[in-house]
Design a protein around this ligand. Sequence first.
Ligand code: HEM
Ligand code: HEM
Length: 184
Amino acid sequence: MNYIQTNGGVRVWDPFIRIFHWSLVSCVLLNYFVIDDGESLHQWIGYTASALVVARIFWGFVGSKHARFADFFPTPARLKQHLQRVISGQPDTHPGHNPVGALMMLALIALVLALGVSGYMQSLDAFWGEEWLQEVHELLGTTLISLAGLHAAAAIIMSRVERTNLIGAMFSGVKVRRGVTSSR
Ligand code: HEM
Ligand code: HEM
């Protein structure tokens, strides 16, 4: 699938990305706020989150245009250009992730993987009952939730700045700019 123009909007997120996102959100919120006892359900949900991220990384090489790392990978040059534009008050909208959003995306998926690894390590004889590992796992979880909160807030703020319902686009796949009849 490519950069398809639809009536009044741009199709950016393929179904895989949307299912991945909301499934990942559910797993992380459940494990952090509801089932945080470390028992088997917690472990299964945690491994599901890690498996979703592994599938997402694969999709980052073979998926649709805006799903690919090549489309949004936050290289120093892209970050510099984006920040320069934002600081000078010029709009710098991207159909897919902007470089700062991409940096956050990479941090979020890395934290989910680190939670999977630290969770798995807790089930090994070699680390059984190790308090430092439990603390690392908890710290990773708290960092993930804090960054996810920041990420959600940024999505709300950027939706206003860009006059585009970014959250709605994570459900529909289509970014529609308010007040613009034809697509970007
Ligand atoms: C989305 C991924 C995950 C999140 C957000 C998460 C989060 C948490 C949180 C918040 C706690 C409670 C920490 C505390 O208050 O002491 C916890 C405990 C625990 N988690 Fe996870 N976890 C995840 C994945 C996993 C995985 C994949 C395993 C695999 C085995 C795992 C194993 C455990 C265990 C054994 C504990 C109990 C640690 C203790 O006794 O304090 N977690 N996790
Ligand atoms: C635990 C919570 C969350 C995690 C781990 C998370 C993770 C992610 C990841 C990994 C992406 C990149 C999607 C991809 O390219 O595959 C993403 C994008 C996105 N997320 Fe979240 N997310 C969380 C919560 C939320 C919430 C609560 C909202 C809504 C308020 C939200 C709104 C968005 C939006 C709008 C995008 C696309 C941003 C853009 O247009 O560039 N996320 N999220």
